[in-house]
Design a protein around this ligand. Structure first.
Ligand code: AMP
Length: 216
């Protein structure tokens, strides 16, 4: 099965994606992470990408579709992907359909992690990502400790686009470009709405219940 996770920036797509990947032995693909990798590798696209990300705007569909095709065409991920942060425009959603057909795969579940803007702004301001293992923490709500994190705390990093001004712009882009795609999946009976303001473990339990009705 392939899964798509929707939700405002900060809704917890990365965190839930990591949990689902572990539980169902899937691979989480975050287009944001792929773009940040390009920036860190100082690849040819670095200038084009970094300015756009730091302004809270969307990177061009061509760049994104290309990155995603590289992943979808990889046989080791065949029908075992969780998309976090993709598709983000209707054009990307339609292109994903083309790719899924081309590589003989299927979208099985689409989840919308529902939150409201005001309650999640603090999630951004406290968000820390481990540059070594990819785990996501929050200095206010879910700090890294010896129990939940094996890497040295020096690897914990803030994202350059997690500041209030950029975050507000990212919310605007979500409302304008990404929200309309939800109807596209609703019409195909693939969309499941999940309350994502509750505890991380309860959100994941609800998602697992939908994917796997026998699991509670
Ligand atoms: P994220 O890590 O998903 O919050 O993404 C961080 C930033 O990367 C976004 O604010 C966009 O600038 C860019 N980005 C990530 N995924 C996409 C996408 N599917 N389409 C366009 N831009 C993207």
């Amino acid at each position: 099965m392939n899964i798509i996770l929707f939700g405002l920036p900060g809704a917890g797509k990365g965190t839930q994606g990591n949990i689902l990947a572990k539980v169902f032995n899937l691979y989480k693909i975050s287009t944001g992470d792929l773009l940040r990798d390009e920036i860190n590798k100082k690849g040819v696209l670095v200038n084009k990408i970094k300015t756009v990300i730091d302004k809270g705007l969307l990177v061009s569909d061509d760049i994104i579709n290309n990155l995603v095709e590289n992943v979808l065409s990889n046989k080791s991920y065949y029908n075992r992907l969780i998309f976090d942060g993709y598709p983000r425009t209707m054009n990307q959603a339609k292109y994903l359909d083309v790719l899924v057909k081309k590589y003989n795969q299927k979208i099985s579940y689409v989840f919308n992690l529902k939150v409201n803007k005001d309650s999640i702004i603090k999630r951004f301001l406290g968000r820390q990502v481990c540059s070594k293992c990819g785990l996501i923490f929050n200095e206010f709500y879910y700090p890294s400790t010896n129990e939940n994190h094996l890497c040295d705390p020096k690897f914990l990093q803030k994202r350059s686009d997690d500041n209030e001004e950029t975050v507000r712009k990212r919310f605007d882009m979500y409302a304008k470009e990404t929200s309309p795609i939800l109807n596209y999946y609703r019409d195909q009976n693939l969309l499941h709405e999940v309350d994502a303001l509750i505890d991380i473990s309860l959100i994941s339990k609800e998602i697992r219940r939908i994917i796997h009705p026998l699991e509670t």
